[in-house]
Design a protein around this ligand. Sequence first.
Ligand SMILES: Nc1nc2c(ncn2[C@@H]2O[C@H](COP(=O)(O)OP(=O)(O)OP(=O)(O)O)[C@@H](O)[C@H]2O)c(=O)[nH]1
Ligand SMILES: [Mg+2]
Length: 326
Amino acid sequence: MTDPKTPVPAPTLADRVRAGDPRAMARAISLIEDDDPLASGLVRALYPSTGHAYLVGITGPPGAGKSTLVDRLAVEFRRRESTVGIIAVDPTSPYTGGAILGDRVRMQTHAGDDGVFIRSMATRGHLGGLARATHEAAYVLDAAGKDWIVIETVGVGQDEVDIVRTADISIVTLVPGTGDEVQALKAGIMEIADIFVVNKSDREGADRLVASIESMLTLEEFGPHEWRPVVVRTQATSGAGVLELVEAIERFRAHAVASHVTRRRVRNEFRLRELLQARFLEHVDQHVLAAGEVDTLLDRITDRTLDPYTAASGIFDRALGRKETP
Ligand SMILES: Nc1nc2c(ncn2[C@@H]2O[C@H](COP(=O)(O)OP(=O)(O)OP(=O)(O)O)[C@@H](O)[C@H]2O)c(=O)[nH]1
Ligand SMILES: [Mg+2]
């Protein structure tokens, strides 16, 4: 029995997140985004409550209609009485008003609906890596009980591609008549697709794009797979094809139970390695390197009186408390 005079402790931020409080969720993600010292404790507290949500990664060239499509997906998930968290990794407007403005516009579609939570994340300024921050934000939404978490990234950088590659399902969005498929091939995002979306299928060239994706899928390096990627045509502005897309997602989800486990392991490996890297570098910065030492080393490496391997080995040995290599 608790003593009636003992005040009931105020709910922690983690408690409030678990209760699905949107303000707590927003605050939690901000802590993560800011690399706040409180963030790691928060993630630790939330982690046991994660693992329920299904993570949908969606990527593609800038302006392909990803956000419009994600909004439509959210509507469709809501119709099925599932809750949705959306993380838009914003490439264009880190720390400017752009992301926030975009959020506001998108929020309007789901205004007053607690079943949808939307958040933009800036790509720059994450000390521990963009993937880390995004995955931790996904933990927050997961712990808050969201059934689906959709992460939108522009398929331009390795970080962005990795985020989508390690989601439970990876969707690549392309647009007719823009030579997207060639670009996407170069960026290495064709290989990661479980589903291809040909959006803006109202435009000319949709048939050609579908055909060229299909023919690419017959190439050696794209198969044979446990799952053969499917191509879905959509028109995000009207919502045409979105039902087919959700059905394709459901099919993949039902089909790919085994690869689902593998994906999560890959994602966890990413997280673990990222954290180790960040921790090690932090340790080196704080406890190993003397003030101005990096500059001196860089000067020497630049004028070639020292090679980077020797420099790194020396720092590594000192970090481990070994005698410095001569
Ligand atoms: N004609 C046509 N326009 C579309 C379609 N889907 C989206 N658009 C338009 O394409 C433009 C870009 O849409 P967004 O949803 O912002 O695209 P995005 O891929 O999220 O863009 P970034 O996040 O900036 O890379 C908007 O003007 C949309 O209205 C479509 O199916 N057909
Ligand atoms: Mg967008």
